[in-house]
Design a protein around this ligand. Structure first.
Ligand code: FHN
Length: 703
């Protein structure tokens, strides 16, 4: 039976000669000595790694969004508001005094810190991060800096963070605090309240007299706080520096995220509601995600992710080297919703058996994804998290150069060996017997592969000009290139990932790919493997943006992204409005050609925030083109801004706000003709109250 294994990966090619950016980080996150992350604290890589050690081991944490918004549950004056429930004050434009009055009703008498900690612990989570202050400005802790806090302003009168800190200490759970340092809709000077004049004030005063004192309180009064989770960068570099200094004075070992802003990179990157397709090589990262459709409690939101989905996310994130911060939104009484508790308990059952596949693991040392599941690694072990057993029951690892000595189900205490063979052209394969007692198809099933040691090298890094897609099925490799590519002149580079592996043909050689090419590769262990490479061209596509580009991170990331610009292409980077974000990721530079010349161009850009725009000068061949891209209204924002695409300043497409969906949609501009030479492609959100984001920009010819 033909194997159904099909792995798809997008490889990055920079004009055919520049080094490959491999997809997933191999091994534990290593902080390179020149990493900007080290500059935040002037650390050596060793000091940084030591500080990050518990977090890298932990892998799985609980995010808790809890504040006055939980009292409203997404509804105000009988009306339910869309977007995230914790944004209700903003979405409904609730006056400050009226919102603050809810504090008198906030009495979460069912709050039981120990129960919360145990529900996280039993789920296999190793740390918790709770909103000490969200954008509504309400402090969930006793504060001398502002009376707008849970102890002074509510009948509850208790300090839930104190109780949580005690319970965490008792149950060996790390505790982190989320703090919204920029958006504060209550206190004068805080950002983003544009509906109540009482919010007017001085941002410096707000920073120095509220934010910094608050931070000192939460970092000094609750014992050893492990994480400070900033949210929504904004403000200026001096304000960031003052905040950063104050935080480190309180706790020099604290782990911070990347959302303070300014020159601070933070220890962790924080992709939100998405899993970066290629992980974030060289940086620690944590995907935060809701369990239903909102962070804060919403009364009738039952759109729960299934336990299987949560576990698949956990495996997928671990296989790419990240942590998973999974959210719960307790209600006005202080109870975590039943839908969350039920799933947490089920996740915990799985973790009891399979936790070894997650804790302390690193990204799989492969640059290609696997259609049957995900792989994590730890020393000489690979953990295969099987999501979908192929019909032929064979799990192949085409990139593995080290032999497998033994394989067994992680759940099997007897470690009964599964058949391992290399019959398929030397490709390591684990065969799951028909008689397997393990049921596939529900939650991921974990198989352990013990390796004979040695490098777990990547051997399949074929790289072609023009940002092609590479799909591997056993020893068959299919490469998709733009239609305009001259198949007789393709010059692939070939990166073994290990100095011990040799291959044929040599890197950079020119091949005639009008017919399939054969490659023979000698792996580190001396075994040879033959691969057949077939190149297929895609009609109409000249430049293809990386479809897996999923970076919607915050400002600190953008600099890095630009810093990674491998081609020296001159994308313009323009931030027109403080507090919002705009960024460009350059996957390859160079001109966009009309056929038949090979294309080296692809562009992935994003903008977010009203009034923001980006533009790029691109060299075109004379011809007619369209621009297509994905766009979405930013969830949680009341969006009413149009989006315009321009060429040389002239609109080639205007999307009214009503035309842009709340889930990602694809849009294509009208055809525009250009003469040969440089032309400026631009995207801009209109001014107003809202936000659109774009991604995956493709320039296509010949329409
Ligand atoms: O606006 C917030 C949102 O309410 C939530 O707190 C998330 C969690 O990462 N952060 C912000 C949006 O990026």
């Amino acid at each position: 039976m033909k194997r159904s294994l099909m792995m798809v990966m997008t490889v990055l090619m920079i004009l055919g000669t520049l080094p490959l950016l491999t997809a997933s980080a191999a091994g534990a996150v290593k902080t390179p000595a020149d990493s900007p992350v080290l500059k935040d604290r002037n650390e050596t890589p060793e000091q940084h790694d030591a500080r990050m050690a518990w977090w890298r081991e932990a892998k799985f944490g609980m995010f808790i969004h809890w504040s006055l918004f939980s009292q409203l549950g997404g509804e105000w004056k009988g009306k339910s508001y869309g977007g995230y429930a914790e944004w209700i004050m903003y979405n409904a434009k609730i006056p400050i005094a009226e919102y603050a009055a809810f504090a008198k009703e906030f009495n979460p008498v069912k709050y039981n810190a120990e129960q919360w900690v145990m529900s996280a612990k039993n789920a296999g989570m190793k740390y918790m991060v709770i909103t000490a202050k969200h954008h509504d400005g309400f402090a969930m802790f006793k504060s001398a800096a502002s009376p707008f806090n849970i102890v002074d302003a509510t009948p509850f009168g208790r300090d839930p963070l104190k109780e949580l800190a005690e319970a965490c200490r008792k149950h060996d759970m790390k505790l982190g605090f989320y703090y919204s340092q920029n958006f504060d809709w209550h206190h004068p000077g805080g950002a983003l309240n544009n509906w109540d004049p009482a919010s007017k004030g001085d941002y410096d005063k707000y920073t120095d007299e509220l934010v910094i004192p608050h931070l000192r309180e939460i970092l000094r009064n609750y014992g050893d706080i492990a994480v400070l989770w900033f949210d929504m960068g904004g403000g200026n570099a001096e304000q960031h520096a003052r905040i950063h200094k104050a935080v480190l004075e309180c706790n020099p070992r604290i782990i911070t995220n990347d959302r303070l802003g300014g020159p601070f990179h933070g220890d962790t990157s924080t992709p939100e509601q998405n899993i970066p397709a290629n992980g974030i090589p060289g940086k620690d990262w944590e995907t935060c995600m809701t369990m239903n459709g909102t962070w804060g409690y919403r009364k009738h939101d039952e759109s729960w992710k299934s336990t299987g989905e949560l576990l698949r996310n956990l495996c997928k994130i671990a296989s790419k080297g990240g942590n998973y911060l999974l959210n719960v939104g307790p209600n006005e009484l202080g109870e975590i919703p039943g839908g969350s508790l039920e799933r947490l308990a089920q996740v915990g059952e799985w973790m009891k058996v399979n936790g070894a596949a997650i804790y302390g693991t690193s990204a799989a040392p492969f640059s290609h994804t696997l259609s049957w599941g995900w792989v994590t690694s730890k020393s000489n072990l690979l953990y295969l998290c099987v999501n979908k057993l192929p019909a032929d029951r064979r799990l192949t690892l085409p990139e593995l150069t080290t032999r497998i000595s033994k394989a067994y189900f992680l759940a099997d205490s007897k470690k009964e060996p599964l058949t391992v063979n290399t019959a398929d052209n030397g490709i390591p394969t684990i065969v799951v017997p028909e008689s397997s007692p393990v049921v596939f198809g529900g939650n991921p099933v974990v198989i352990v592969a013990e390796l004979k040691g040695g490098p777990m090298a990547t051997i399949l890094d074929f790289v072609f000009p023009g940002m092609p897609e590479v799909a591997i099925s056993g020893s068959e490799i299919h490469v998709q290139v733009p239609q305009s590519t001259d198949l007789t002149k393709l010059a692939p580079t070939y990166n073994t990932g290990s100095p011990l592996v040799t291959g044929n043909p040599a890197s950079g050689s020119t091949n005639d790919f009008t017919k399939p090419q054969a490659y023979t590769i000698t792996a580190a262990d001396g075994a040879t493997r033959a691969y057949r490479v077939t190149v297929v061209s895609t009609p109409g596509v000249v430049g293809v943006a990386n479809p897996s580009f999923e970076k919607f991170d915050f400002l600190a990331e953008y600099d890095e992204t630009l810093g990674r610009n491998p081609s020296g292409a001159t994308w313009a980077f323009k931030q027109t409005k403080q507090g919002d974000e705009v960024g460009i990721n350059i996957l390859a530079g160079g001109p966009i050609h009309a056929p038949p010349a090979p294309d080296g161009s692809l562009h992935s850009a994003f903008i977010r925030g009203a009034g923001n725009g980006i533009s790029q000068s691109i060299n075109f061949d004379k011809g007619a083109y369209t621009v297509s891209f994905n766009a979405v209204k930013r969830n949680g924002y009341k969006t009413a801004v149009p989006l315009t695409v321009t060429v040389d300043g002239a609109p080639v497409m205007t999307l009214e706000s009503s035309q842009i969906g709340e889930t990602w949609g694809s849009y294509t501009s009208t055809v525009f003709a250009v003469t040969s030479g440089a032309h400026t492609l631009g995207f801009a959100n209109g001014e107003g109250d809202g936000m659109n984001m774009i991604d995956n920009v493709q320039v296509k010819c010949c329409r």
